[in-house]
Design a protein around this ligand. Structure first.
Ligand code: PLP
Length: 217
């Protein structure tokens, strides 16, 4: 039951850890069940699916975009998206800033980092991310706000490997915070952890977890 699953995940989370219920591929009815349980933050990875859900569901839901985002899709989500977690290029950042300006909004974003060893995973390598931030172009983008980082650990049962990746993420977060966002309280989100590893992620400093299958089955 979705209701029981949400309760279980919440009971495992420390105070201050934000739960994003990842509802991608799950029907409107499933989101409604989680909503009835008080859940208000949901994660989606496809623009079209998100659009349909956004239109049908209550407007106090906060929608987070967590999948690969094509620049030509940004304009569709810009009017309402709450947080874009999967920002992996300067080009995408520029487009989000442009569309946010058109909507007269400031859109919160996370920098997606690639720390897993699988090539299939998306995101920027640490060096690419630092290069982007060193470029300073982002400082002129007044309609986006960089709020932290997002990453996915390798899909493996090797707990020590996953732990190492989360630790690496947390060290990077601290380095980026120190170097570029020291006086910026908004830069605070550490989005690591999914259904199989959210407890480990929390242990390693994550304050924002994205849980899908554990809630929706
Ligand atoms: C699908 C997805 C999740 C949720 O994964 P589960 O294993 O179902 O919890 C989290 N983050 C991202 C980026 C995803 O694409």
């Amino acid at each position: 039951m979705i209701k029981d699953n949400i309760k279980e995940v919440r009971a495992n989370l420390q105070e201050g850890v934000c739960l994003v219920a990842v509802s991608k591929y799950h029907p409107i009815e499933a989101v409604k069940e989680a909503y009835a349980e008080g859940q208000r933050i949901f994660g989606e990875s496809r623009e079209q699916e998100l659009r349909i859900k956004y239109e049908c569901l209550p407007k106090d839901i906060k929608w987070n975009f967590i999948g690969h985002l094509q620049t030509n899709k940004v304009k569709y989500i810009a009017p309402y998206i709450s947080l874009i977690e999967s920002v992996d290029s300067l080009k995408l950042m520029k487009e989000i800033n442009k569309q946010a300006e058109k909507c007269n909004r400031i859109i919160d974003i996370l920098l997606e980092l690639h720390l897993a060893t699988e090539e299939t995973k998306s995101g920027m390598l640490p060096a690419e991310c630092m290069q982007l931030l060193d470029g300073n172009e982002w400082r002129e983008m007044k309609n986006i706000r960089i709020c932290g980082i997002m990453m996915m650990a390798s899909a493996t049962n090797d707990e020590s490997k996953i732990r190492k990746e989360f630790k690496q993420a947390d060290e990077l977060f601290n380095r980026i915070k120190e170097q570029y966002f020291r006086d910026d309280v908004a830069f605070s989100i550490k989005s690591y952890g999914m259904s199989n590893d959210y407890l480990l992620a929390q242990e390693c400093g994550s304050n924002h977890v994205r849980v899908g299958s554990k809630i929706f089955c």
